[in-house]
Design a protein around this ligand. Structure first.
Ligand code: ADP
Length: 263
């Protein structure tokens, strides 16, 4: 049995951006794996019906009998749906397309905004970090993630309109802070799919740093072929191509994340 390394309260971090394709799942999988190589015990909650974090960690979605949906809607316990992965120290609560139904079914549920928070409470202390890979929307699933989290990690793709939608995201956070989770804060902003050869990428990084300030991680995640290939092998890039500069970047991000945890 893998033991957690840090003591004190675990960090519950929602990886969030309502835009799709910005690197949420990629970051969820690879940051979790990189942290585990630093000795951390990590739980990744796949909260996106696409289930990319689940398959990215080598779990066959077709073979699952239960997923996060069953815990949210049918009161199955978190401990019953936590899976070990091929990456020692990384555990996952999987999602399948069934989770898409939860968005509607939750509407009429009791305590609908805090289901996830209640669900993870009994297992929280077993982990150093818990990540929630959010769906690309600001619906009830995302509200659940924001209610359960201590803070958020916002991946932003180095592209035109990078900051588009960010205001809306910050408004949702503000609403959750006022009504459900007073202490919610921003753990960090991560620039993804960075291509140093383009001046656009550098402009975007500057623009995002101007907007968010110090909360932007120093680490920039480069766009690499190995990062995009690794999910099809059900492996994090840190296992698939540990020497790749994408893997190195996720290790460097893991160090920054650990650093911020002790502040
Ligand atoms: P999201 O979870 O925000 O929808 P994903 O993490 O699924 O985004 O990433 C979208 C696509 O971009 C995926 O095909 C993924 O493999 C690819 N991708 C993400 N980050 C990188 C990167 N740093 N280099 C190359 N491809 C990447």
């Amino acid at each position: 049995e893998y033991q957690r390394k840090t003591d004190g309260t675990p960090r519950v971090i929602a990886i969030i951006n309502q835009k799709g394709g910005v690197g949420k799942s990629t970051t969820a999988v690879n940051l979790s794996a990189a942290l585990s190589e630093r000795g951390m015990k990590v739980l990744l909650i796949d909260f996106d019906p696409q289930g990319n974090s689940t398959s990215g960690l080598g779990i066959e979605k077709e073979e699952l009998e239960q997923c996060i949906y069953d815990a949210l809607i049918r009161d199955v316990k978190a401990s019953e749906i936590i899976h070990e992965t091929e990456t020692p120290g990384v555990y996952v609560i999987p999602a399948t397309i069934q989770l898409a139904g939860a968005e509607i079914e939750l509407v009429s549920a009791m305590a609908r905004e805090t289901r996830l928070k209640e669900l993870i409470a009994p297992v929280k202390d077993e982990f150093d970090f818990i990540f929630i890979d959010c769906p690309p929307s600001l619906g009830l699933l995302t509200i659940n993630a924001l209610a359960a989290a201590d803070s958020v990690l916002i991946p932003i793709q180095c592209e035109y309109y990078a900051l588009e939608g960010v205001t809306k995201l910050l408004e949702s956070m503000k609403m959750v802070k006022e009504r459900i989770n007073r202490d919610l804060d921003v753990y960090g902003v991560l620039m993804t799919m960075y291509d140093s050869r383009t001046s656009l990428a550098n402009q975007v990084v500057e623009e995002v740093r101007n907007y968010f300030g110090d909360v932007v991680f120093d680490t920039l995640i480069p766009r690499t072929v190995k990062i995009s290939e690794s999910p099809s092998f059900g492996m994090p890039v840190t296992t698939y191509a540990p020497q790749n500069k994408g893997a190195e970047a996720y290790f460097s991000l893991a160090d920054e994340v650990i650093d911020r945890a002790s502040r």
